[in-house]
Design a protein around this ligand. Structure first.
Ligand SMILES: *Cc1c(COP(=O)(O)O)cnc(C)c1O
Length: 397
């Protein structure tokens, strides 16, 4: 008889290792809508964790739009988009998103993660090459791997290195794609998209930017990174998400009609996974309405971000090199970041620690996310608690 009892030991050992390295993720349970304050694991705490930049996740207009859509359309999509799942709501949302972003057309998919899986493989495959920023998001990396193209990593936000890599490698391949995050989700810095575009343009390389953390944040009224750099019509593919600033769920692939038409024919998450629900799609439409009506929420977000950053820096925290409302509090070791987060929670502040593999080893941090739904009073409370825990753990003096 073969002993098979050891066949799952590898799982046990890996979980033990993660625990020993303070990398085991403690998943908390949320018991209220996403807002400035939330009930988490039974406690009311100040929320510094969500990507709900503009406070739309629990906005009355979005809730109402979702409820009305259920009354009119029911709850399930009943099919993939290419068979019987494309409703008038989906098409309307795509047209509205294209107009908002100033592109010819847009394709709405189930999530930002899916959008990268959908968009990259049709553009490049075996025999092609991708130039990818060292700190690109996991969904970009997975989309690149899925494509089968050769992946060449260039140094973070470094157009000169991107150019050197393109010069060296492009001649060995059929065609190239340069892909970057717009705003880097863990550091909050902004890709130098204007200079990356110039480099790509010089060598005839296609360009793609994932604007998940730029939409609703950067550009006029939150129109995103392409608007921020005034690169309209230049970047080939813009990826976006409806699950951050837009407050709902879904992903978007935007650009020239030619490219979007092509991806609509080829994208596997679009062809083989069901459409988003009517409630989600209608709520996304309501979010676009709100963004187009007023820039007030975007301004509030930035006002809060400046206030919070100034407060943290005054206390002596290392806030990295963020240029956006994403505020990393750099702590170094994963164990310290985890203890810090647990102490914050006990004191009434919900801010999760982030370690490897989401960020490089030795660069663990607490990522603080304010929203337009926070008031200065809330931020003052958060700063007080950070000061207390920071002194207690010897991070600040
Ligand atoms: C969050 C994020 C995604 C994933 O978006 P979802 O809609 O949550 O799937 C994709 N890309 C980047 C850069 C992100 O930050």
């Amino acid at each position: 008889m073969v002993d098979t009892s050891a066949r799952l030991n590898f799982i046990y050992e890996e979980l033990q290792r993660l625990e020993a390295e303070s990398l085991l993720i403690n998943i908390r349970t949320i018991e209220s809508p996403a807002d400035a304050w939330m009930v988490v694991d039974g406690r009311r705490v100040l929320n510094f964790c969500t990507n709900n930049y503009l406070g739309l996740a629990n906005h009355p207009r979005l809730r109402q739009a979702a409820q009305e859509a259920i009354e009119r359309w029911g709850v399930g999509p009943a099919a993939v988009r290419t068979i019987a799942g494309t409703t008038a709501l989906h098409r309307e949302l795509e047209q509205r998103l294209a107009a908002f972003k100033g592109v010819e057309d847009a394709l709405f998919v189930q999530s930002g993660f899916n959008a990268n899986q959908a968009a990259i493989p049709p553009l490049v495959g075996k025999g092609d090459v991708i130039f990818s920023d060292r700190l690109n998001h996991a969904s970009i990396i997975d989309g690149c791997r899925l494509s089968g193209a050769k992946i060449i990593v260039y140094e973070h936000c470094d157009p000169a290195d991107a150019e050197a890599k393109i010069k060296e490698h492009l001649p060995q391949y059929r065609r190239g794609l340069l892909v970057t995050d717009g705003v880097f989700s863990m550091d909050g810095d902004i890709a130098p998209l204007d200079r990356l575009y110039e480099v790509a343009q010089r060598y005839g390389v296609m360009t793609m930017v994932d604007d998940a953390h730029g939409e609703g944040v950067l550009g006029r009224g939150g129109r995103g990174i392409v608007d921020h750099f005034d690169l309209h019509g230049r970047i080939d593919v813009e990826i976006g998400t409806l699950s951050k600033a837009f407050g709902v769920v879904g992903g978007v692939i935007a650009g020239k009609k030619l490219i979007v038409d092509y991806i609509r024919q080829k994208a596997r998450p679009f062809l083989f996974s069901s459409a988003t629900t009517p409630a989600d799609t209608a709520a996304c439409l309501a979010a676009v309405d709100l963004l187009e009506e007023s820039e007030e929420r975007v301004q509030k977000l930035w006002d809060n971000a400046r206030y919070l950053r100034a407060g943290m820096e005054e206390l002596g925290f290392d806030t990295g090199h963020s240029q956006t409302p994403i505020l990393p509090i750099m702590l170094g070791e994963a164990g310290l970041a985890k203890t810090f987060s647990q102490r914050l929670f006990t004191e009434g502040v919900f801010a999760m620690s982030i370690g490897f593999p989401t960020v490089p080893r030795g660069l663990a941090r607490i990522r603080v996310m304010n929203t337009a739904a926070h008031h200065h009073d809330d931020l003052d409370f958060g700063l007080e608690v950070f000061a207390k825990v920071g002194r207690e753990l010897g991070v600040i003096s």
